[in-house]
Each structure stands twice: as structure tokens, then as C-alpha cells.
Design a protein around this ligand. Structure first.
Ligand code: ADP
Ligand code: MG
Length: 241
């Protein structure tokens, strides 16, 4: 099966374009994007504000649809996929971390971490066990029962990472995950993500315009005005078995 092939991309984009239309105006946010995200990638989408990072991550994460080109998820073309099928792939195969943490304020760290597993219909006992394991793995075991407003920004973003990985997705997408963090918290979050990539084999695609975050990427995909102008492997790629 293709899914077992470490070199087969998790998601493949071919000739992807995105045009936003607003009244008389048209904005070409992405043009002619060819890109494959592989199992084991630790890839950063780098580019200035307005270069198309969020638009590209939303398309990779199946949150938005392109206006040109083709997408395949684990070699399955998505052009004919139903909305229900896209929602299932989003829920089961992709984890999301957003710039503004996006934790549910009325839920504790543990309950936030359980959320996606609840959508997946996994039993309560299993959800609690997994959320405890993941929070402990991320050094948040002592903060499990705190609400988001009782956590620092850096801690909230670590909970957001816990929530993203608890459902065991194939791919975690993080749109400027360090943008609201001070530089020390940003470094800690990057250390955490690097560790999850190297030790747990979790595939990440994240975006940033911060040189100190971009340099942590093992693959740097540079966007300018909606086009990929460079795609460089900066650390040798170890495909995951
Ligand atoms: P980045 O995340 O790199 O800052 P974006 O992907 O948000 O870039 O935006 C890329 C371009 O697309 C920008 O010119 C932006 O104004 C435009 N854009 C993004 N989202 C929309 C939208 N919903 N409607 C219209 N234009 C948009
Ligand atoms: Mg953005």
C-alpha cells in the first residue's frame, strides 16, 4: 500500500492556485504551487506577511479549497471527495495548531486535549488515558486540570500541540504557532515540536516569518507573492519507517 511507503507524500499539491474574489477585486493568493509533504517532514513555510502562508496551510489542511490544480491525500485524489470525506480526513488524519492557541476557555487542559478524540467517538476512558499520557509527555502533567486563562501563552500553546497530536494524526499543521509568544516560549515550543518530530516521528508543517523559528525547520519552503521561490532540505531527510 502507498501509505506504507515512507517516500510517498502524505499530501501532494499540483498546480495549486487560489484566487479570492471580493466584489470587483481579485486577489491571487497562491499561484502554481507544486508541493509534497512526506512522512517525517519538519517543514516550515517561510515568507513575509501576505505571501500566502495561511492560505497554503488552509489548503494543505483541507480547510479551504483551491481555485486551480489538484490535491491528493495519501495518493488518493481529492477532486471528487465529498465534504463528509474531507471532514473525516481533517478529523482523523490532521492535527491543527493555530496562532491564537484556540483552546476552549470553558474546558481544562485535559478536556481540551480530549476534544478531537471525542469527535472521533473514542471511549471516555481511552480519551482520559491518552490525554494524560500526552500532557505528561509534553511536561504538562501538573497543569492538566487548569483552564486556559490559568496558563501562560507558552503553556496554552503546548496544550494546543497536545490536543493536535492526541488523535494520532498523520500530519500536524501549525500556522505561525509562535507569533504570540515571547522568544523564550517560542524557543521552548520549537524544541517541543522538534522533539516530537525526531523522537515520535510526527510530521509537521508550520509557518513563520521569524528567522529564529524558520532556522529550526529541516525543510524550508519559501513563499513570495503566492509562489514557492525555494524549497530546501536543510537537514538530511530521514524518511520514517
Ligand atoms: P500570510 O499568511 O502569508 O500573511 P495570507 O495567506 O493570509 O498570507 O494572504 C495571502 C494574500 O491573500 C494576501 O494578499 C491576503 O490579503 C489575501 N487573502 C487572504 N485571505 C483572503 C480572503 N478571505 N479574502 C480576500 N483576500 C484574502
Ligand atoms: Mg498568515
Amino acid at each position: 500500500m502507498a501509505e506504507q511507503d515512507a517516500f510517498a507524500p502524505i499530501i501532494q499539491l499540483r498546480g495549486i492556485g487560489k484566487v479570492f474574489r471580493r466584489k470587483q477585486q481579485q486577489v491571487s493568493a497562491l499561484t502554481d504551487i507544486d508541493l509534497g509533504i512526506r512522512h517525517g517532514d519538519f517543514a516550515v513555510i517561510a515568507g513575509p506577511s501576505g505571501s500566502g502562508k495561511t492560505t497554503l496551510l488552509n489548503i494543505i489542511g483541507l480547510l479551504d479549497t483551491p481555485t486551480a490544480g489538484h490535491l491528493a491525500f495519501c495518493e488518493r485524489p481529492l477532486s471528487q471527495a465529498s465534504l463528509a470525506e474531507l471532514a473525516r480526513i481533517r478529523r482523523d488524519e490532521i492535527g491543527f495548531v493555530f496562532q491564537a492557541y484556540n483552546l476552549m476557555p470553558v474546558l481544562t487542559a485535559a478536556e481540551n486535549t480530549e476534544m478531537v478524540m471525542e469527535f472521533q467517538g473514542r471511549p471516555a476512558a481511552e480519551r482520559r488515558r491518552v490525554s494524560r499520557e500526552v500532557l505528561e509527555q509534553l511536561g504538562l502533567g501538573g497543569l492538566m486540570h487548569r483552564y486556559p486563562d490559568q496558563l501562560s501563552g507558552g503553556q496554552q500553546q503546548r496544550v494546543a500541540v497536545a490536543r493536535a497530536i492526541a488523535s494520532r494524526p498523520k500530519l500536524v499543521i501549525a500556522d505561525e504557532p509562535t507569533a504570540n509568544l515571547d522568544s523564550k516560549s517560542a524557543r521552548n515550543l520549537m524544541d517541543l515540536m522538534v522533539g516530537l518530530n525526531e523522537q515520535a516521528g510526527i510530521t509537521f508543517v508550520f509557518s513563520s516569518h521569524d528567522p529564529q523559528v524558520i532556522e529550526r525547520g529541516r525543510r524550508v519552503i519559501s513563499l513570495r507573492d503566492g509562489r514557492i521561490v525555494a524549497d530546501q532540505q536543510t537537514v538530511a531527510f530521514d524518511a520514517l519507517a
